[in-house]
Design a protein around this ligand. Sequence first.
Ligand code: PLP
Length: 394
Amino acid sequence: MSTTPVFDPPQRILMGPGPSGAHPRVVRAMTAPLLGHLDPDFLRIMDECQAMLRQVMRTENAITFATPGTGTSGMEAAVMNLVAPGDRVVCGICGYFGERIAQMAERAGGEVTRVQAPWGSPVDPDAVRAAVREAGNVKLVTMVHAETSTGVQTPVEPISAIAKENGALLLVDCVTSLGGVPVEPDAWGADAVYSGTQKCLSAPPGVAPITVSPSGWEAMTSRETPSNTWYLDMQLLAAYWGEGRVYHHTAPISMVYALHQALALVLEEGLEARWARHERNGRALQAGLEAMGLALHADEGYRLPVLTTVRIPEGVNDGEVRGALLKRYGIEAGGGLGDLKGKVWRVGLMGESSTPGNVLLFLSSLGRLLREQGFAADLRAGTEAAAGMLGDAG
Ligand SMILES: *Cc1c(COP(=O)(O)O)cnc(C)c1O
């Protein structure tokens, strides 16, 4: 007798570095009937996605669409299309994702200079300026707005000014910031900005919003050799998303539906209101963790509200605590990456997961488990500090 495997994923509260929980409307959109990717009704949905992306990304860039694939596809599209062999690139790095960009730029044939910051601090603009001057004739400066490996937000304006002063383009990774903290490619003067769907946009992973400035587009279209990627060639992708609808790949139909509804939900909530919600819940969680007796890892003043890194106290077992959070309370939290493995937990409050209830649930669940591990977490002080900051927000 043969039996088919049982498909029954449990319900979780997703408070790690992504994916975040998806809104029921987004999940329902994905179960809508499939359309052909050149069906007029699907083309209308693509057009609406582009228009909503421009609103959510606060840009007027003509080149604004979504690449097929997770956030990394947006990164690869931006880097591979901008960097040609021999181009000089300065990469600001303060964590895992900044380094990923540098590696891609090297694969594209770029001459890369890394400007490193300690994992927990933002990239230092003075160090970027020095590196750009030293290298000379730099084509591209790269940075990560919200470094999900460390919980650090690096301000974009100072680095943008340095790129402009030196005639270089600016690439900004906004995978974790879009929909959670202000992302302003036009106001920043950024030339390539990309994101993902499963962080603060609260859709499943699968497509990557991307926008390119007129100068960035000029650089992508005037290079002497075509970029080293066919699937993520921005000119081919633009021809598919543009008027001509030149076949390039079969759009991931259900993911485009999901993106459509996720963007509609952002606009219905309002960008400012959404940023304020993420800010309030994130600061309440951070105050609660500190009041409980824990130390936050990221430098004060540069802490992301949407992703908090908290140090694991001496003598506490990382795996046991995260395992019990998942098994007993249904909560997923993230462990440390790279240098921070075993040293911090990463707690996400992104999109649908950013709620006052989740803040209090997380603090009380973690506090309880820490006490079992012999760390005297002050549960009451933690939850009261957070609840006080949450007020009657709902
Ligand atoms: C998650 C993330 C990525 C990669 O996105 P995937 O969807 O995992 O491919 C890139 N950059 C940052 C800052 C991220 O947080």
